[in-house]
Design a protein around this ligand. Structure first.
Ligand SMILES: Nc1ncnc2c1ncn2[C@@H]1O[C@H](COP(=O)(O)OP(=O)(O)OP(=O)(O)O)[C@@H](O)[C@H]1O
Ligand SMILES: [Mg+2]
Length: 323
Protein backbone atom coordinates (compact mmCIF):
# COMPACT_ATOMS: atom_id res chain seq x y z
CA UNK A 1 0.00 0.00 0.00
CA UNK A 2 1.48 3.28 -1.11
CA UNK A 3 1.25 6.56 0.69
CA UNK A 4 -1.69 7.87 -1.30
CA UNK A 5 -5.29 6.70 -1.51
CA UNK A 6 -5.95 8.89 -4.54
CA UNK A 7 -3.57 10.46 -7.05
CA UNK A 8 -4.82 12.27 -10.13
CA UNK A 9 -2.73 13.11 -13.16
CA UNK A 10 -4.19 15.87 -15.34
CA UNK A 11 -7.59 14.28 -14.91
CA UNK A 12 -9.89 15.82 -17.50
CA UNK A 13 -13.48 15.20 -18.55
CA UNK A 14 -15.19 16.92 -21.45
CA UNK A 15 -18.84 16.79 -22.42
CA UNK A 16 -18.74 17.98 -26.02
CA UNK A 17 -17.31 21.48 -25.92
CA UNK A 18 -17.66 21.77 -22.15
CA UNK A 19 -14.55 21.00 -20.08
CA UNK A 20 -16.28 19.86 -16.86
CA UNK A 21 -13.03 18.74 -15.21
CA UNK A 22 -9.93 20.50 -16.44
CA UNK A 23 -6.52 18.87 -15.89
CA UNK A 24 -6.75 18.46 -12.15
CA UNK A 25 -3.86 17.18 -10.07
CA UNK A 26 -4.07 16.31 -6.40
CA UNK A 27 -3.10 13.57 -3.96
CA UNK A 28 -5.08 12.28 -0.99
CA UNK A 29 -3.17 10.53 1.78
CA UNK A 30 -4.47 7.40 3.45
CA UNK A 31 -6.46 8.30 6.56
CA UNK A 32 -7.33 11.79 5.38
CA UNK A 33 -10.70 13.45 5.00
CA UNK A 34 -10.25 15.36 1.78
CA UNK A 35 -12.91 17.75 0.54
CA UNK A 36 -13.83 19.19 -2.82
CA UNK A 37 -15.54 22.51 -2.18
CA UNK A 38 -17.20 24.38 -5.01
CA UNK A 39 -20.41 25.86 -6.36
CA UNK A 40 -23.06 24.11 -8.46
CA UNK A 41 -21.65 22.92 -11.76
CA UNK A 42 -18.02 23.23 -10.64
CA UNK A 43 -17.24 19.62 -11.65
CA UNK A 44 -17.37 17.88 -8.28
CA UNK A 45 -19.68 15.01 -9.24
CA UNK A 46 -17.93 14.59 -12.58
CA UNK A 47 -14.59 14.23 -10.75
CA UNK A 48 -16.06 11.66 -8.34
CA UNK A 49 -17.67 9.76 -11.20
CA UNK A 50 -14.31 9.50 -12.93
CA UNK A 51 -12.59 8.36 -9.73
CA UNK A 52 -15.22 5.68 -9.02
CA UNK A 53 -15.01 4.53 -12.67
CA UNK A 54 -18.57 5.49 -13.64
CA UNK A 55 -17.16 7.89 -16.22
CA UNK A 56 -14.14 7.43 -18.49
CA UNK A 57 -11.84 10.47 -18.38
CA UNK A 58 -11.26 12.32 -21.66
CA UNK A 59 -7.62 12.84 -20.76
CA UNK A 60 -5.28 12.04 -17.89
CA UNK A 61 -5.90 9.38 -15.29
CA UNK A 62 -6.00 8.66 -11.59
CA UNK A 63 -4.75 5.98 -9.23
CA UNK A 64 -7.36 5.03 -6.66
CA UNK A 65 -6.48 2.64 -3.82
CA UNK A 66 -3.39 1.74 -5.83
CA UNK A 67 -5.26 0.90 -9.05
CA UNK A 68 -5.45 2.79 -12.33
CA UNK A 69 -9.04 3.91 -12.95
CA UNK A 70 -8.72 3.25 -16.68
CA UNK A 71 -6.79 -0.01 -16.67
CA UNK A 72 -8.13 -1.61 -13.48
CA UNK A 73 -11.69 -0.35 -12.91
CA UNK A 74 -12.88 -3.60 -11.30
CA UNK A 75 -10.12 -3.50 -8.68
CA UNK A 76 -10.94 0.16 -8.00
CA UNK A 77 -14.63 -0.63 -7.49
CA UNK A 78 -13.88 -3.50 -5.13
CA UNK A 79 -11.72 -1.20 -2.99
CA UNK A 80 -14.13 1.68 -2.48
CA UNK A 81 -17.47 2.65 -0.99
CA UNK A 82 -19.65 5.27 -2.62
CA UNK A 83 -22.36 7.56 -1.29
CA UNK A 84 -23.85 9.08 -4.42
CA UNK A 85 -25.36 12.56 -4.70
CA UNK A 86 -28.70 11.01 -5.67
CA UNK A 87 -30.04 8.42 -3.26
CA UNK A 88 -29.69 4.96 -4.82
CA UNK A 89 -31.89 2.80 -2.61
CA UNK A 90 -34.63 0.39 -3.62
CA UNK A 91 -37.76 2.14 -2.36
CA UNK A 92 -39.91 -1.01 -2.12
CA UNK A 93 -37.42 -2.83 0.09
CA UNK A 94 -36.86 -2.30 3.80
CA UNK A 95 -33.74 -0.70 5.23
CA UNK A 96 -32.39 -4.11 6.23
CA UNK A 97 -33.18 -5.65 2.82
CA UNK A 98 -31.41 -2.82 1.06
CA UNK A 99 -28.28 -3.47 3.09
CA UNK A 100 -28.52 -7.24 2.58
CA UNK A 101 -28.89 -6.75 -1.15
CA UNK A 102 -25.82 -4.52 -1.22
CA UNK A 103 -23.83 -6.99 0.92
CA UNK A 104 -24.66 -9.83 -1.48
CA UNK A 105 -23.63 -7.64 -4.39
CA UNK A 106 -20.25 -7.09 -2.79
CA UNK A 107 -19.84 -10.75 -1.75
CA UNK A 108 -19.79 -9.96 1.96
CA UNK A 109 -20.19 -13.37 3.70
CA UNK A 110 -23.68 -13.84 5.19
CA UNK A 111 -22.35 -14.47 8.71
CA UNK A 112 -20.47 -11.21 8.55
CA UNK A 113 -23.28 -9.07 7.21
CA UNK A 114 -25.78 -10.57 9.65
CA UNK A 115 -23.59 -9.22 12.41
CA UNK A 116 -22.69 -5.94 10.69
CA UNK A 117 -26.13 -4.79 9.52
CA UNK A 118 -27.71 -4.30 12.98
CA UNK A 119 -24.50 -2.61 14.12
CA UNK A 120 -24.50 -0.19 11.19
CA UNK A 121 -28.22 0.53 11.48
CA UNK A 122 -27.64 1.45 15.10
CA UNK A 123 -24.68 3.61 14.13
CA UNK A 124 -26.89 5.68 11.82
CA UNK A 125 -29.73 5.62 14.35
CA UNK A 126 -32.05 3.58 12.18
CA UNK A 127 -32.10 0.44 14.34
CA UNK A 128 -35.81 0.86 15.07
CA UNK A 129 -36.63 1.38 11.37
CA UNK A 130 -34.82 -1.71 10.05
CA UNK A 131 -38.01 -3.36 8.83
CA UNK A 132 -39.67 -0.30 7.34
CA UNK A 133 -39.68 0.20 3.60
CA UNK A 134 -37.59 3.03 2.19
CA UNK A 135 -40.60 4.78 0.68
CA UNK A 136 -41.62 5.77 4.23
CA UNK A 137 -38.20 7.32 5.01
CA UNK A 138 -37.37 11.02 5.15
CA UNK A 139 -34.50 12.27 3.01
CA UNK A 140 -32.26 12.50 6.09
CA UNK A 141 -32.99 8.86 6.93
CA UNK A 142 -32.20 7.80 3.36
CA UNK A 143 -28.90 9.66 3.48
CA UNK A 144 -28.03 7.94 6.75
CA UNK A 145 -28.87 4.58 5.26
CA UNK A 146 -26.64 5.38 2.28
CA UNK A 147 -23.81 5.95 4.74
CA UNK A 148 -24.44 2.61 6.43
CA UNK A 149 -24.52 0.98 2.99
CA UNK A 150 -21.23 2.51 1.91
CA UNK A 151 -19.58 1.10 5.01
CA UNK A 152 -21.04 -2.39 4.69
CA UNK A 153 -18.23 -4.00 2.75
CA UNK A 154 -15.80 -2.11 5.00
CA UNK A 155 -13.92 -0.26 2.32
CA UNK A 156 -10.79 1.62 3.33
CA UNK A 157 -11.74 4.47 1.00
CA UNK A 158 -15.17 6.07 0.78
CA UNK A 159 -16.40 8.64 -1.74
CA UNK A 160 -19.25 10.87 -0.59
CA UNK A 161 -20.91 13.22 -3.03
CA UNK A 162 -22.58 16.03 -1.04
CA UNK A 163 -23.24 13.79 1.98
CA UNK A 164 -25.50 16.30 3.73
CA UNK A 165 -27.16 17.99 0.76
CA UNK A 166 -30.50 19.47 1.76
CA UNK A 167 -30.39 18.14 5.32
CA UNK A 168 -31.23 20.20 8.38
CA UNK A 169 -28.47 21.39 10.68
CA UNK A 170 -29.05 18.72 13.36
CA UNK A 171 -28.99 15.83 10.89
CA UNK A 172 -25.97 17.34 9.22
CA UNK A 173 -24.10 17.36 12.52
CA UNK A 174 -25.06 13.75 13.22
CA UNK A 175 -23.61 12.78 9.85
CA UNK A 176 -20.46 14.80 10.48
CA UNK A 177 -20.02 12.78 13.66
CA UNK A 178 -20.31 9.51 11.71
CA UNK A 179 -17.80 10.71 9.17
CA UNK A 180 -15.38 11.53 11.98
CA UNK A 181 -15.96 8.12 13.53
CA UNK A 182 -15.11 6.49 10.18
CA UNK A 183 -11.89 8.45 10.03
CA UNK A 184 -11.04 7.24 13.54
CA UNK A 185 -11.34 3.73 12.15
CA UNK A 186 -8.67 4.63 9.60
CA UNK A 187 -11.01 5.10 6.66
CA UNK A 188 -9.98 7.59 3.98
CA UNK A 189 -12.79 9.86 2.88
CA UNK A 190 -13.13 11.94 -0.25
CA UNK A 191 -16.16 14.16 -0.13
CA UNK A 192 -17.65 16.96 -2.14
CA UNK A 193 -19.69 19.79 -0.77
CA UNK A 194 -20.79 23.28 -1.53
CA UNK A 195 -21.22 24.00 2.18
CA UNK A 196 -18.12 25.80 3.36
CA UNK A 197 -19.05 25.07 7.00
CA UNK A 198 -18.99 21.38 6.12
CA UNK A 199 -15.59 21.57 4.48
CA UNK A 200 -14.34 23.54 7.46
CA UNK A 201 -15.80 21.19 10.08
CA UNK A 202 -14.78 17.93 8.44
CA UNK A 203 -11.85 18.12 6.11
CA UNK A 204 -8.17 17.77 6.87
CA UNK A 205 -7.47 19.35 3.51
CA UNK A 206 -9.70 21.09 1.01
CA UNK A 207 -9.46 21.69 -2.71
CA UNK A 208 -11.56 24.61 -3.89
CA UNK A 209 -12.89 23.87 -7.35
CA UNK A 210 -14.48 26.23 -9.84
CA UNK A 211 -15.19 25.74 -13.54
CA UNK A 212 -13.47 22.35 -13.48
CA UNK A 213 -10.22 23.70 -12.05
CA UNK A 214 -8.65 23.53 -8.64
CA UNK A 215 -8.12 27.15 -7.65
CA UNK A 216 -6.70 26.55 -4.17
CA UNK A 217 -5.69 23.57 -2.08
CA UNK A 218 -4.65 23.17 1.54
CA UNK A 219 -5.85 22.94 5.11
CA UNK A 220 -8.62 25.32 6.04
CA UNK A 221 -6.19 27.62 7.83
CA UNK A 222 -3.66 27.44 4.95
CA UNK A 223 -6.36 28.61 2.60
CA UNK A 224 -7.53 31.40 4.87
CA UNK A 225 -3.96 32.57 5.44
CA UNK A 226 -3.31 32.60 1.71
CA UNK A 227 -5.71 35.47 1.18
CA UNK A 228 -3.57 37.56 3.48
CA UNK A 229 -3.64 37.58 7.23
CA UNK A 230 -6.50 39.96 7.47
CA UNK A 231 -9.91 40.75 8.71
CA UNK A 232 -13.03 40.65 6.61
CA UNK A 233 -15.08 43.81 6.85
CA UNK A 234 -18.71 44.02 5.77
CA UNK A 235 -20.11 47.52 5.56
CA UNK A 236 -23.79 48.14 5.01
CA UNK A 237 -24.43 51.52 3.47
CA UNK A 238 -27.15 53.62 1.97
CA UNK A 239 -26.54 56.39 -0.52
CA UNK A 240 -24.27 56.66 -3.60
CA UNK A 241 -22.43 53.33 -3.34
CA UNK A 242 -20.42 53.83 -6.55
CA UNK A 243 -18.56 56.91 -5.33
CA UNK A 244 -17.90 55.28 -1.98
CA UNK A 245 -16.58 52.08 -3.55
CA UNK A 246 -14.34 53.99 -5.92
CA UNK A 247 -12.84 56.00 -3.07
CA UNK A 248 -12.26 52.83 -1.03
CA UNK A 249 -10.54 51.22 -3.98
CA UNK A 250 -8.32 54.25 -4.42
CA UNK A 251 -7.28 53.95 -0.79
CA UNK A 252 -5.45 50.72 -1.14
CA UNK A 253 -5.39 47.54 -3.16
CA UNK A 254 -8.20 46.05 -1.17
CA UNK A 255 -10.17 43.20 -2.74
CA UNK A 256 -13.72 44.42 -2.70
CA UNK A 257 -17.09 43.03 -3.64
CA UNK A 258 -20.44 44.74 -3.64
CA UNK A 259 -23.47 42.64 -2.84
CA UNK A 260 -26.62 44.74 -2.77
CA UNK A 261 -25.96 47.34 -0.10
CA UNK A 262 -23.04 45.45 1.43
CA UNK A 263 -19.42 46.24 0.64
CA UNK A 264 -17.18 43.29 1.37
CA UNK A 265 -13.44 43.65 1.76
CA UNK A 266 -10.40 42.00 3.29
CA UNK A 267 -7.96 44.27 5.06
CA UNK A 268 -4.62 43.56 6.71
CA UNK A 269 -5.38 45.84 9.65
CA UNK A 270 -9.10 46.28 9.85
CA UNK A 271 -9.13 48.37 13.01
CA UNK A 272 -7.05 51.09 11.38
CA UNK A 273 -9.14 51.06 8.22
CA UNK A 274 -12.46 51.76 9.89
CA UNK A 275 -11.86 55.46 10.70
CA UNK A 276 -10.78 55.94 7.08
CA UNK A 277 -13.95 54.26 5.86
CA UNK A 278 -16.05 56.54 8.00
CA UNK A 279 -14.21 59.52 6.62
CA UNK A 280 -14.80 58.38 3.04
CA UNK A 281 -18.47 57.86 3.79
CA UNK A 282 -18.77 61.43 5.02
CA UNK A 283 -16.94 62.78 1.96
CA UNK A 284 -19.05 60.83 -0.53
CA UNK A 285 -22.38 61.42 1.19
CA UNK A 286 -22.95 57.79 2.07
CA UNK A 287 -24.37 56.75 5.41
CA UNK A 288 -22.98 53.66 7.07
CA UNK A 289 -25.69 51.51 8.64
CA UNK A 290 -23.38 48.89 10.13
CA UNK A 291 -19.84 47.63 10.04
CA UNK A 292 -19.07 43.99 10.78
CA UNK A 293 -15.61 42.53 11.24
CA UNK A 294 -14.83 38.83 11.29
CA UNK A 295 -12.09 36.31 10.65
CA UNK A 296 -12.01 35.05 7.03
CA UNK A 297 -14.06 31.97 6.15
CA UNK A 298 -13.63 29.60 3.20
CA UNK A 299 -16.32 31.64 1.47
CA UNK A 300 -13.95 34.60 1.62
CA UNK A 301 -11.24 32.43 0.10
CA UNK A 302 -13.58 31.58 -2.76
CA UNK A 303 -14.51 35.24 -3.21
CA UNK A 304 -10.83 36.15 -3.20
CA UNK A 305 -10.06 33.82 -6.10
CA UNK A 306 -13.24 34.17 -8.15
CA UNK A 307 -14.94 37.42 -7.19
CA UNK A 308 -18.11 35.38 -6.56
CA UNK A 309 -19.77 33.65 -3.67
CA UNK A 310 -19.95 29.86 -3.51
CA UNK A 311 -23.69 30.08 -3.12
CA UNK A 312 -24.64 32.49 -5.85
CA UNK A 313 -27.38 34.76 -4.71
CA UNK A 314 -28.53 35.28 -8.29
CA UNK A 315 -30.05 38.70 -8.96
CA UNK A 316 -29.11 39.79 -5.45
CA UNK A 317 -25.56 40.14 -6.63
CA UNK A 318 -25.92 43.45 -8.30
CA UNK A 319 -22.42 43.80 -9.51
CA UNK A 320 -19.01 42.49 -8.80
CA UNK A 321 -16.21 44.96 -8.87
CA UNK A 322 -12.77 43.72 -9.62
CA UNK A 323 -9.59 45.62 -9.12
N1 LIG B 1 -23.58 13.79 -18.53
C1 LIG B 1 -23.35 15.07 -18.78
N2 LIG B 1 -23.48 15.58 -20.02
C2 LIG B 1 -23.24 16.89 -20.28
N3 LIG B 1 -22.83 17.77 -19.37
C3 LIG B 1 -22.66 17.33 -18.11
C4 LIG B 1 -22.92 15.97 -17.75
N4 LIG B 1 -22.65 15.82 -16.43
C5 LIG B 1 -22.27 17.03 -15.99
N5 LIG B 1 -22.28 17.94 -16.99
C6 LIG B 1 -21.86 19.35 -16.89
O1 LIG B 1 -20.56 19.38 -16.32
C7 LIG B 1 -20.43 20.46 -15.40
C8 LIG B 1 -20.04 19.93 -14.05
O2 LIG B 1 -21.13 19.19 -13.51
P1 LIG B 1 -21.03 18.42 -12.12
O3 LIG B 1 -22.28 17.64 -11.96
O4 LIG B 1 -19.75 17.70 -12.06
O5 LIG B 1 -21.00 19.65 -11.11
P2 LIG B 1 -21.04 19.62 -9.51
O6 LIG B 1 -19.88 20.40 -9.05
O7 LIG B 1 -21.22 18.26 -9.02
O8 LIG B 1 -22.37 20.48 -9.24
P3 LIG B 1 -23.51 20.31 -8.08
O9 LIG B 1 -22.99 21.11 -6.90
O10 LIG B 1 -24.69 21.00 -8.69
O11 LIG B 1 -23.72 18.88 -7.81
C9 LIG B 1 -21.78 21.18 -15.42
O12 LIG B 1 -21.68 22.26 -16.31
C10 LIG B 1 -22.75 20.14 -15.95
O13 LIG B 1 -23.81 20.74 -16.62
MG1 LIG C 1 -22.64 17.33 -7.90
Amino acid sequence: MGEFAIETYDLTKCFGELVAVDHINFKVKYGEIFGFLGPNGAGKTTTINCLITLLQPSEGTAIVAGYDIIKEPDAVRASIGVIPQEVALESRLTARENLEFHAELYHVPRAEYSRLIPELLDLVQLGDRANDIIRTFSSGMKRRLEIAKAFLHQPKLIFMDEPTLGLDVQTRQVIWKYIHSLREKGVTIFLTTHYMEEADALCDRIAIIDNGRIIALGTSSDLKNKIGKGTVIDIKISGPAEAFVKAVKDLDHIPIMVNQDTIHLVAANGEQLIPKLIHIAEKTGVSINSIGMYEPTLEDVFIHYTGRRIREEGPEIRKILRR
